[in-house]
Each structure stands twice: as structure tokens, then as C-alpha cells.
Design a protein around this ligand. Structure first.
Ligand SMILES: Nc1ncnc2c1ncn2[C@@H]1O[C@H](COP(=O)(O)OP(=O)(O)O)[C@@H](O)[C@H]1O
Ligand SMILES: [Mg+2]
Length: 240
């Protein structure tokens, strides 16, 4: 029997997203199901962020439908999203995580333990009392990850979360995303870093100019791309 509280599968049926006369995304039909991480890959401006915003329910499609576990609205508190730049409140690290738990409706008596567990998961428990905005970019992104994971999401959406981090901080965050995936959180992540995609992706959705050009298992995508656009992108050639 289908779990009525689940947001998965997340399905797009013939979805278009328009801004004025421009189609940012067009004719997207796809399903996101539990399993290995799904990566949204494509050149700048191909629609990765817009696709994630639709997945999160932050924007409505201009045409077609998006459904979460068969429902037309996002379920309560099972989705979380990380952005390219972490959004930190001008408060302590602990307060940032607690805020997320409060928003998710977790009773106050349960918040402290959940907050500490989440900060321990990202290796930041020692920094719990520091002002969040004073931390490095990599640490702030880990706080954002802790705030998301503390809510025990079913689905975690990440929009190029390592784009502004140095390689060591980026690899650190990758490890934590991988751990979340291994603990059963469904990961949907946008990236234009092909090394990162090779390291983390179970499957790849390749966007070009707002269309889903190719969808394949990660190994197949890299070894046997089925479109000239994907082959060019993997070679590092400009795809426009
Ligand atoms: N609100 C908007 N109004 C007009 N154009 C937009 C808007 N949001 C995104 N776009 C355009 O849609 C295209 C896809 O953007 P985006 O989803 O941010 O792509 P990506 O994340 O792959 O770089 C870009 O050409 C962008 O300029
Ligand atoms: Mg983007």
C-alpha cells in the first residue's frame, strides 16, 4: 500500500515553466523515486535551479503538473533544500538548527537532542554557540546541512551547494551528503562539477536549454552518452 505521508515518487507530467514569453523549462515528464542520488546536470542557464524550485514547491508549473506521492501539494516537512549560498540567521549555530526544527513543528522538549545529534553528524557540535555568520563558507554550508537533516527529511534538494567552497570544504560536504544518502535520504542535487557527479551520482538528468536531454545511470551517462550534447558536455565543450 502506498504511504500516504510520503512525497515520493515526485512526478512531473508535461511540465513547462515560463517567465513572460520565455520558456525556462519545457515538456518535462519524469519521476524521482527512492534510491541512489539523482544529479541534475547541465550548462549555466539550462534550468537546474528552476527544476529544483519546482521540486520544492517554491514555484508552480505554468503548464502540466507536479505531484508529491500522488498529491498536488508538498507534504508537511518532509522536504528540505540547500542553496548555493547558505542562508544563516544572525544567531548561534545551535539557534539556526533549532529554528529549522521549530519551523518543522517539532516540540520544544525534543529540539535540543535533535539539534545536537545533527551538529554532531556534520562535525560542528563544538561550534554550537558560535555566531553562525562568523563561520567559514564551508562551515556555514555544513550548518545548513545539519539544519536540513535535523528535520529528518525524506527528500533533500541541493542546488550547487559546493559552488562557492574550496576543494577541501567541498569534499567534506560531499562526504556528508553521501552519508545522508546512505542513511536513506533521497538526494536530488544540481551540479556542474563533473568530478563531483562521478563521485556521488547514481543517476544523471542532463538538461539543455530547459529540456531533459538525457537521463541515465551515472556510469552509462559518462561512458555511453546517447546524445551529441551530453558527449560534448562531458568532453568539456561548450553546450549552448
Ligand atoms: N524569474 C525569472 N525570470 C526570467 N528568467 C528567469 C527567471 N528565473 C530563471 N530565468 C532564466 O531561466 C534560465 C534557467 O535558469 P536557472 O534555472 O537558474 O538555470 P541554472 O540553474 O541551470 O543555471 C536562465 O536563462 C535564467 O536567466
Ligand atoms: Mg542554478
Amino acid at each position: 500500500m502506498q504511504d500516504l505521508s510520503s512525497d515520493l515518487p515526485l512526478t512531473f507530467q508535461n511540465v513547462a515553466l515560463c517567465a513572460g514569453a520565455t520558456k525556462i523549462l519545457d515538456r518535462l515528464s519524469l519521476a524521482i523515486t527512492p534510491g541512489a542520488p539523482t544529479f541534475i546536470v547541465g550548462p549555466n542557464g539550462s534550468g537546474k535551479t528552476s527544476l529544483l524550485r519546482l521540486c520544492m514547491g517554491l514555484v508552480a508549473p505554468s503548464e502540466g503538473s507536479v505531484r508529491w506521492g500522488g498529491r498536488e501539494a508538498v507534504g508537511p516537512g518532509r522536504l528540505a533544500m540547500l542553496f548555493q549560498r547558505p542562508v544563516m540567521l544572525r544567531r548561534s549555530v545551535a539557534a539556526n538548527v533549532n529554528y529549522g526544527l521549530k519551523q518543522a513543528g517539532l516540540p520544544r522538549s525534543l529540539r535540543k537532542a535533535r539539534m545536537e545529534e545533527a551538529l554532531a553528524r556534520v562535525g560542528l557540535l563544538e561550534l554550537a554557540d558560535r555566531p553562525a555568520r562568523r563561520l567559514s563558507g564551508g562551515e556555514q554550508q555544513r550548518v545548513a546541512l545539519a539544519r536540513a537533516l535535523a528535520r529528518e527529511p525524506e527528500l533533500l534538494l541541493l542546488d550547487e551547494p559546493t559552488a562557492n567552497l574550496d576543494p577541501a570544504a567541498a569534499r567534506g560536504l560531499e562526504e556528508m551528503v553521501l552519508m545522508a544518502a546512505q542513511s536513506g535520504v533521497k538526494i536530488v542535487m544540481a551540479s556542474h562539477d563533473l568530478g563531483q557527479v562521478r563521485r556521488l551520482a547514481g543517476e544523471v538528468m542532463f538538461l539543455v536549454r530547459g529540456r531533459l536531454c538525457e537521463r541515465a545511470g551515472a556510469a552509462d551517462f559518462f561512458d555511453r552518452p546517447s546524445t551529441p550534447e551530453a558527449a560534448a558536455f562531458i568532453r568539456g565543450d561548450l553546450v549552448i
